[in-house]
Design a protein around this ligand. Structure first.
Ligand code: MN
Length: 490
């Protein structure tokens, strides 16, 4: 999917310096795009599109970018000076993600070579300021990356932003399939689906559980055999109850057929609406998540969609991204940790070891004991992400965490589990999370960064709240108070 997208490199200039300078600019811009593509640090292709010199050229290029489904964003830079009133009409119409790469062709000032011709050709230091002003004046959502274009960290930052921009493109066409409604009485999993479609593009709609059961009834033994083979390749079969595992395969095949038929990349279900089903999908949902589908339990379509988006943003990366739920704490001051899990459905992409397929009874839902994948999450830096509906606006909350190997074996807990230390520390982190209204359901990702989520939120035009190493409750409360005022004015 990342490979389906490209980013357009637009270089700003003007005709003042003559055709020779413009030829040099074009040649260098093409060389820069080639070298940045060749480094392997960019997840999507960077295409040198054109050197723009007039209002009309910019407006036309932006129209083309808006129209081209392959174009996931524009990246601008001003080799020379590009008077920015020329950019106004184009920028007003721009509907694609936008990054301003403030760089220059040469790394160093050449002592002998430098004269006024050199200065006129290489004046990004003031060309990029003029360019930056108009985007600030227009209050455009943008990313500014400054640094030398051949440096690894600059290309890594550009690549990281590209992934956030692909998250925007993915979000705008995302369809979510709801099997049943939200769990009764729960508030945080609710939300305004019309507002979400306006802001984020998601098409969130419901399909009857009865239709899923009909589809399950039509799944053949051969289809189930094939999926069982796949399960055995990827997981340890730690149960003799193969009929129960086969039932999960039946559920998975049926859900996948319905999702694919509608072009849905995320789904939710609830243990309160399994009418006609013998098991809550456990292994079935986990294995669908491992294939990139987003999932949310208890009808939580917001977390289902966010799981799919973070998976799309981190395509090809290996840390893992999963639907998660904060369950319980270890409050010993020497080892303060959160334990995250779910009844069944944590994505095996975060597993430290080969997951085991086990069958155990489930206390709620009034159905047969379901098969599920049991494993420990691996250690490493990660984030947890929650999208909540504040009434009139959406708030994205991101917290930095450090996952650890679970400090206890917990032999009687038959579900996938991840243990982590929240930043800045457990109690301050919990106070901040609760103050901001973050949900119990989250997306946990070892691949996506807080900066990428900030970029994504800015491009989507929603509120962003970050809880990290330097966050205090007092600072956060002040930010939330000011955010409330600011969003009321919008
Ligand atoms: Mn839950």
């Amino acid at each position: 999917m990342l490979k389906d997208y490209e980013f357009w490199f637009l270089v700003g200039s003007q005709t003042l310096y003559g055709p020779e300078v413009l030829d040099t600019v074009a040649r260098r811009a093409a060389e820069m795009a080639d070298k940045m593509n060749a480094s392997g640090l960019l997840p999507c292709k960077l295409v040198y599109k054109t050197t723009v010199k007039s209002n009309q050229e910019i407006a036309e290029t932006v129209r083309e970018a808006n129209y081209d489904p392959k174009c996931a964003g524009i990246i601008t830079w001003c080799h020379t000076f590009s008077p920015s009133k020329m950019w106004i009409n184009g920028f007003v119409d721009l509907q694609k993600p936008y990054c301003h790469l403030a760089t220059q062709y040469n790394r160093e000032i050449p002592n002998e070579e430098i004269d006024m011709d050199f200065m006129n050709l290489n004046q990004a230091a003031h060309g990029d300021r003029e360019h930056g002003f108009i985007a600030a004046r227009l209050r455009m959502p943008r990313k500014v990356i400054a640094g030398y274009w051949e440096d690894e960290d600059v290309q890594m930052r550009l690549g990281s932003w590209m992934r956030a921009a692909v998250g925007v493109m993915f979000s705008r066409s995302l369809k979510v399939m709801r099997f049943g409604d939200n769990m009764r009485e729960v508030a945080v999993t609710e939300g305004d689906k019309v507002e979400v479609q306006i802001k984020l593009g998601w098409q969130v709609n419901t399909w009857p559980v009865g239709k899923l059961v009909e589809t399950m009834d039509k799944v053949t033994d051969e289809e189930i055999d094939a999926l069982m083979g796949c399960y055995c390749q990827q997981y340890d079969m730690a149960t003799d109850d193969l009929e129960t595992v086969r039932y999960q395969a039946r559920e998975e095949i049926a859900m996948k057929k319905m999702l694919d038929a509608e072009g849905c990349k995320a789904f939710s279900n609830t243990f309160q609406d399994l009418y006609g089903m013998r098991q809550l999908p456990g292994l079935a949902s986990q294995h669908l998540m491992a294939q990139g589908y987003g999932y949310g339990g208890e009808g939580d379509w917001k977390v289902a969609a966010m799981t799919a988006i973070l998976k799309a943003m981190s395509e090809g990366q290996t840390g893992g991204t999963a639907f998660m739920e904060d369950y319980t704490y270890n409050l010993n001051p020497d080892a303060t940790y959160s334990l995250g899990a779910h009844m069944l459905e944590v994505c095996p992409s975060v597993a430290a070891e080969r997951p085991r397929i086990e069958v155990h009874p489930l206390g709620i839902g009034d159905r047969e004991a379901p098969a599920r994948l049991v494993f420990e999450g691996h250690a490493g830096k990660a984030i947890v992400v929650s999208l909540v509906d504040m009434g009139g606006r959406l708030r994205l909350i991101v917290q930095d965490i450090e996952a650890v190997k679970p400090i206890l074996p917990m032999p009687n807990l038959p579900v996938a589990r991840v243990m982590w230390r929240a930043l800045p520390n457990l109690t301050t982190g919990v106070e901040c999370w609760i103050t901001a209204g973050g949900a119990h359901h989250t997306v946990l990702s070892y691949d996506v960064t807080a900066e990428q989520m900030k970029d994504w939120a800015r491009m989507m035009g929603i509120e962003y709240v970050h809880i990290g190493e330097d966050t205090t409750v007092e600072k956060l409360e002040e930010q939330l108070f000011l955010n409330d005022l600011a969003w009321k004015l919008r």
